[in-house]
Ligand binder design. Structure first.
Ligand code: ZN
Length: 154
């Protein structure tokens, strides 16, 4: 999927692999980084070779997630999208693939397994109280012919 994004980037491929995502997290944490810094950063977590990482960096440039400038023989990489926007997009894409009827129970599990601060919990409680004012008794299945969901709906 290709979309337009702001700030000078003409296009961007929305999907990145889990490995590419791990590499993006290193770039985000370093802000602007040389390939050597990125390689050193990711190699503290993964046993990928420098050439594998360089190939992945190139692919992320091709996908529009990274830009680079060249200083002599050094490449400086920078993310074209901020981490928070990318995280929201990734989770929203994932949730869009789940049947509406099951989103509540999946969220329950996600919240159950997440490390949450007092302020996170406070915000969630306020949001849920607001949602409770207008929430329906049941959420309908929106699968295309999902027998399992339709059985549960009865
Ligand atoms: Zn369904």
């Amino acid at each position: 999927m290709i979309t337009n994004v702001d700030e000078g980037v003409d296009w961007m491929e929305l999907t990145v692999s889990n490995s590419e995502w791990d590499l993006m997290r290193v770039v985000w944490s370093l802000d602007q980084a040389t390939s050597a810094q990125i390689i050193a950063g990711i190699q503290t977590q993964r046993s990928w070779s420098a050439s594998t990482i360089k190939t992945m960096l190139k692919r992320l440039v091709d996908k529009g997630w990274l830009t680079f400038t060249k200083q002599g023989r050094r490449f400086n990489y920078q993310a074209t999208i901020d981490e928070h926007t990318a995280m929201s997009q990734r989770v929203a894409d994932c949730f869009a693939q789940i049947c509406d009827m099951h989103k509540g129970e999946i969220l329950y599990q996600v919240i159950d397994n997440a490390a949450l601060s007092q302020s996170d919990i406070e915000k969630l409680q306020i949001l849920l109280a607001q949602k409770a004012l207008t929430a329906p008794q049941a959420v309908a299945c929106n699968c295309i012919e999902c027998r399992q969901c339709q059985e549960e709906e009865k």
